[in-house]
Design a protein. Structure first.
Length: 322
């Protein structure tokens, strides 16, 4: 005979055991669901935190002065924190023969405030020249020039629409910077640099306008040679990984035969890749490779200007906060 339980009456016998088992299973299922829900929320939060960290700007480790290759940014460093900088610039290629010039500069940069910096600089160069029709063969190494750079930044990029810096660097020299021949030289280089973070911490861009003039007296001939150069450049760089930036730049250069412009002697367009990497706190390595893409020597058809400029240039710079 089957025993029927009235609705609402307490369970008895096997019915009670089945009810206990069902309640325990439901409790375990709810526990597993709750655990999975908590795990999912924690995993989502961890992912979003990692993504935000990877995209957040690392302002303390970025120095835009060094990020754009031959072009320059507007940062001048932390007040009263000196920076030691070593920079190697190479120039190669000529119309005929073999031409190679390497210049190694050592600078001590000292910001006197958040808007003004001074930097004495010494440059040593090496020339290897052979088989050229207008320059005598030479293989020499020696002191090229001494200079001091003054850098004024009225606008910083963090608190204004863009950063703006003015640079002036007078110098005296001891060799011809083109031929490597011994001689006296003097001159001044001026630069206006502007930069901006297009995407904060990710994408940076810079514009440069520069003008330099100088005079060289060759010891062997006693002749004086005046010249000047006007240049414009644009550059951009983007962060690929934490502390690693890759970009590119384009530069337009015009040479003249007098201290204040004068007759045009040649013009050229250079372009190429740039890189910037932080190697640790207060240490960075940067560089660029430029190739002459177009040029024109005055009086000749447009092609490349390898009379006034070289075919290729590179720059490597190591900066260390002291």
């Amino acid at each position: 005979m089957t025993v029927r339980r009235r609705p609402g009456s307490p369970p008895t016998g096997s019915t009670l055991a089945d009810s206990i088992k069902s309640a325990a299973a439901a409790t375990r299922q709810r526990a597993r669901s709750a655990t999975f829900s908590v795990f999912r929320r924690w995993a989502g939060a961890a992912f979003l935190s990692a993504l935000a960290a990877s995209l957040s700007p690392a302002r303390a480790e970025v120095d835009t002065e060094h990020m754009f290759g031959f072009s320059e940014g507007t940062d001048i460093g932390t007040p009263f924190l000196p920076e030691l900088e070593s920079e190697l610039v190479g120039r190669f290629g000529s119309a005929d023969g073999s031409y190679s010039a390497m210049a190694l500069s050592l600078s001590l940069k000292y910001p006197l405030s958040s808007w003004f910096r001074v930097a004495p600089t010494v440059t040593v160069s090496r020339f290897d020249i052979s088989g050229m029709s207008d320059i005598e063969d030479r293989g020499s190494i020696g002191l090229e020039q001494l200079g001091i750079e003054f850098r004024l930044r009225p606008f910083d990029r963090e608190n204004h629409l863009f950063g703006l810096t003015f640079v002036a660097m007078p110098f005296v020299g001891f060799v011809d910077p083109t031929t490597g021949a011994p001689g006296d030289s003097w001159g001044t280089f001026f630069l206006i640099a502007a930069d901006r973070e297009i995407v904060p911490g990710i994408l940076f861009a810079a514009l440069n306008l520069s003008y330099g003039f100088g005079e060289v007296r060759n010891y062997s001939t006693g002749l004086y040679l005046d010249g000047s150069e006007l240049a414009f450049s644009a550059a951009a760089t983007a962060r690929l990984w934490e502390g690693i930036y890759l970009g590119g730049e384009v530069r337009y250069r015009r040479g003249f035969d007098a201290l204040a412009f004068g007759n045009l002697t040649g013009q050229a367009v250079f372009l190429g890749p740039t890189f910037y990497a932080t190697l640790g706190k207060g240490v960075s390595l940067s560089g660029a490779w430029n190739i002459q893409a177009w040029g024109q020597t005055t009086g000749l058809d447009p092609a490349l200007d390898v009379a006034l400029f070289q075919r290729q240039m590179f720059k490597l710079r190591l900066a260390i906060d002291l």
